[in-house]
Write a protein that binds this ligand. Structure first.
Ligand code: ATP
Length: 296
């Protein structure tokens, strides 16, 4: 019996891991229908995270060799640092996230975490070290407790509640007809955009990864909800290395560093204040966005 159940358990774990990775990344990067053709090298060791320094070392990449998307990008995100990537649509921001998660391999240069090339470590250890808060959290047709516990297999109810508290969704959950046992998802209670995002944050907090990859929501949340989600995300990033892919500038003001990407190259880098003072592309994007938001 043991001989049969052991491999089945193992397969179950592998399946969960793959599904988790796809769920994490799916909405973020539209990859559910695109399985990665990237594999562990035989005998690859697990990633050993010390501080969580992420290093892009002259990274080049193109989905199609004839069309480079990232060109010679060098970027070091120190342990515990928060870096936001901004830039026009199509400049390659999300592509950096996909490479970090190793959905694709770089075509030139290297991407390292604490000095280890992501191609040389197991994918499961890499995925275990990176928490993704996607634009739109995918909910399963199950209880809200299950949906949060998905962040870490075997999490206790107390741990689920602690994560929900930290994501400030605990009180909302208690107000539901069956509390944590309320069914959500397509066939259950529909959650709002902000509530779903909080479930995503709680899931990630439960996973407790040293590195966070945030894909800022482009979907419209009301200003107050957005502000409070930003607060939760900022708190979630405490003590972690954070890479934010930002589609709006209002949310990157507090980042330790902002990197401006254009046509796959880093064209400016600095704090919000430094970039404004420089009067370059970022400053122009900022005043353009201010002008648009003032009109609304
Ligand atoms: P946005 O702010 O609009 O999300 P982005 O800066 O995140 O844009 P990416 O998603 O990184 O941009 O895309 C960069 C370029 O790569 C785009 O021109 C896009 O069309 C192309 N691209 C993205 N995914 C793929 C893919 N799977 N296959 C081929 N090309 C792709």
């Amino acid at each position: 019996m043991i001989q049969i159940t052991m491999p089945l358990n193992f397969l179950g774990t592998v399946y969960r891991e793959i599904r988790q990775a796809l769920v994490d990344m799916g909405e973020m990067f539209d990859l559910l229908d695109q399985p990665p053709d990237v594999r562990d090298t035989p005998g690859a060791p697990a990633l050993q995270v010390k501080g969580g320094t992420v290093d892009l070392d002259r990274v080049s990449f193109g989905y199609d060799p004839a069309r480079p998307i990232l060109r010679d990008v060098s970027l070091r995100i120190g342990a515990g640092e928060t870096v936001a990537i901004v830039g026009p649509s199509g400049s390659g921001k999300s592509t950096i996230g996909r490479l970090l998660f190793r959905f694709y391999d770089v075509t030139g240069g290297a991407l390292r975490i604490d000095g280890q090339d992501v191609r040389d470590v197991t994918l499961s250890s890499l995925h275990g070290a990176i928490g993704v808060v996607p634009q739109d959290t995918v909910l399963f047709n199950d209880t809200i407790a299950y949906n949060i516990a998905y962040g870490r297999e075997g999490a206790s109810r107390a741990e689920v509640e602690a994560a929900a508290r930290a994501a400030r969704i605990h009180d909302f959950i208690l107000s539901l007809p069956e509390g944590y046992d309320t069914a959500v998802g397509e066939r259950g209670l529909k959650l709002s955009g902000g509530e779903k995002q909080r479930v995503g944050i709680a899931r990630t907090l439960l996973k407790n990864p040293p590195i966070l990859l945030l894909d800022e929501a482009t979907s419209a949340l009301d200003t107050q909800t957005e502000q409070s989600i930003q607060d939760e995300l900022r708190a979630a990033g405490e003590g972690r290395t954070v890479l934010t892919i930002a589609h709006r500038l209002s949310t990157v003001v507090d980042a330790d560093r902002i990197v401006v990407l254009e046509a796959g190259r880093i064209i400016e880098e600095g704090t919000h204040a430094a970039l404004l003072a420089r009067g370059g592309k970022y400053a122009a994007m900022w005043s353009r966005q201010r002008a648009t938001s003032d009109e609304v």
